[in-house]
Design a protein around this ligand. Structure first.
Ligand code: SF4
Length: 232
């Protein structure tokens, strides 16, 4: 069995009526509404969210490093969150590349819609990944971290290459079609990568992020946790 576990048949169905609220489409927007529904159906027909993970034994933990699969990840917060746990799941999830063929529309509104729908595909991929790990390994709660998430010192974005080239041996593009550019952006951009691990309490790096007005914020900034983390 491969050490890289791929989820490439993730079931999903995007609901045009539910998602219309997210793109501010009212019931009475007749023609726009039909265009929206048509786009959602095309995404439903060709979208293929995917994910890959690797079950890793933690070889060593210091105050600010975690070593897995021969790769030393440098993050004081990750080391503290992991505590004494000796298992970690490296992972990557994506909306998939298939919807690129829907980019031909020059209409900026349709492009905005498409990005929202890709985000929804990514949510399905991320949720399927968590469900798979929780059920397969009998883990009741997972916490996660990603390079570049939270303030700069939490887990620097540069560590992304250790996931892609180190833990996954450069195989993510071939396994699920996600590439890492020289500027450390993932393509497709509606992709995430990082680590998941068993946790007693919910944790989100948003608690250690001072960015204001972030639409993706999942938890408020926590100054006490920030001070405990020894971040500067
Ligand atoms: S607040 Fe926003 S930028 Fe900061 S970690 Fe959360 S999602 Fe990321």
């Amino acid at each position: 069995m491969s050490e890289y576990m791929v989820l490439d048949s993730i079931p999903f169905r995007l609901n045009a009526a539910e998602l219309a609220k997210r793109v501010y489409l009212a019931e009475e927007d007749g023609e726009l509404r039909r265009s929206w529904e048509s786009l959602v159906e095309r995404v439903n027909a060709i979208g293929r969210p995917r994910a890959v993970y690797r079950d890793c034994t933690v070889d060593a933990v210091t105050a600010d490093t975690v070593t897995v699969a021969g790769v030393t990840l440098k993050s004081r917060v990750l080391a503290a969150q992991l505590g004494g746990r000796r298992r970690l799941f490296a992972c990557c999830a994506t909306c998939g590349r298939e919807t690129a063929e829907l980019e031909e529309s020059p209409d900026p509104l349709e492009q905005f819609w498409l990005e929202e729908l890709r985000m929804e595909l990514l949510h399905h991929a991320s949720a399927a990944l968590r469900r798979e790990i929780m059920s397969r390994f009998g883990i009741p709660r997972l916490a996660g971290m990603a390079p570049g998430s939270g303030d700069a010192g939490v887990w620097p974005l540069q560590e992304q290459t250790k996931l892609f080239d180190g833990i996954f041996g450069g195989r993510i593009p071939e396994l699920i079609g996600v590439e890492l550019t020289d500027s450390l952006l993932m393509v497709p951009c509606k992709s995430t990568s990082g680590v998941l691990f068993a946790a007693e309490h919910d944790f989100a790096t948003c608690r250690l992020c001072r960015r204001e007005n972030c639409p993706g914020r999942r938890a408020p900034f926590d100054p006490e946790q920030w001070n405990r983390s020894g971040l500067e």
